[in-house]
Design a binder for this molecule. Structure first.
Ligand code: SF4
Length: 208
């Protein structure tokens, strides 16, 4: 029997070399978690667009020493002993932001509107995260360790200067064709996923 903490820990990790910053993961998450509300501000995964060429998405990592848990003054957060998934007790959460300040991974976020201000965190959609399913670039996957997640991130970061050089050369030579072809392919993949999301949203509205 495994004695390690959170023996089934898995979390969503991004490969920034594939992520285009399209934001479909945020829409897929919001639709799944908030049902008829496809507002990406309600997403449990958040896209960070650092440069046009370096994008990534952040979600809760279910840390073994979750800083958000100890930071919460309302004891509104709890953690599964099996998976490490963080649960937010909405009645207790006051939306104070302390969990966000404490998290080193940008994994927990605050949703705020006219009616509520509460922390929200990824719960893996019962093991089948919709962000992973709908990402048009297959940039997201489930990993079990921080090392795996960091390796993907650092490798993408290492490749960035060569990628910038390659693109600079293309632009200087005005050789647009490959860039346009790539953009068109990407846009097709995004359209397909948006269409599937729209179908899902329509079906959910009809079943209400
Ligand atoms: S859906 Fe995939 S490619 Fe688009 S922003 Fe999210 S992780 Fe990046």
């Amino acid at each position: 029997m495994s004695t390690s903490k959170f023996p089934s820990r898995k979390f969503v990790s991004v490969d920034p070399s594939k992520c285009t910053g399209c934001g479909i993961c945020e829409y897929a998450c919001a639709l799944e978690k908030e049902k008829n509300n496809i507002n990406p501000l309600r997403s449990r995964i958040r896209v960070v667009r650092m440069t046009p060429m370096f994008n990534f998405a952040l979600a809760c990592r279910f840390c073994k020493d979750a800083k958000c848990l100890t930071a919460c003054p309302e004891k509104a957060l709890s953690q599964s002993e099996q998976t490490g998934i963080i649960r937010v007790e909405e009645e207790k959460c006051k939306g104070c932001d302390w969990c966000i300040q404490a998290c080193p991974h940008g994994g927990i976020t605050i949703y705020s509107d006219a009616y509520a201000r509460i922390a929200v965190a990824c719960d893996l959609c019962d093991g089948e995260p919709k962000c992973v399913e709908f990402c048009p670039e297959e940039a997201l996957e489930l990993v079990g360790t921080d090392e795996e997640a960091e390796k993907r991130f650092n490798e993408a970061l290492k490749e960035l200067p060569a990628e910038i050089e390659r693109l600079t050369k293309i632009i200087k030579n005005k050789d647009w064709k490959p860039l346009l072809a790539k953009a068109e392919e990407m846009s097709l993949r995004v359209s397909e996923k948006l269409e599937s999301l729209n179908k899902k949203a329509t079906a959910e509205n009809e079943n209400k």
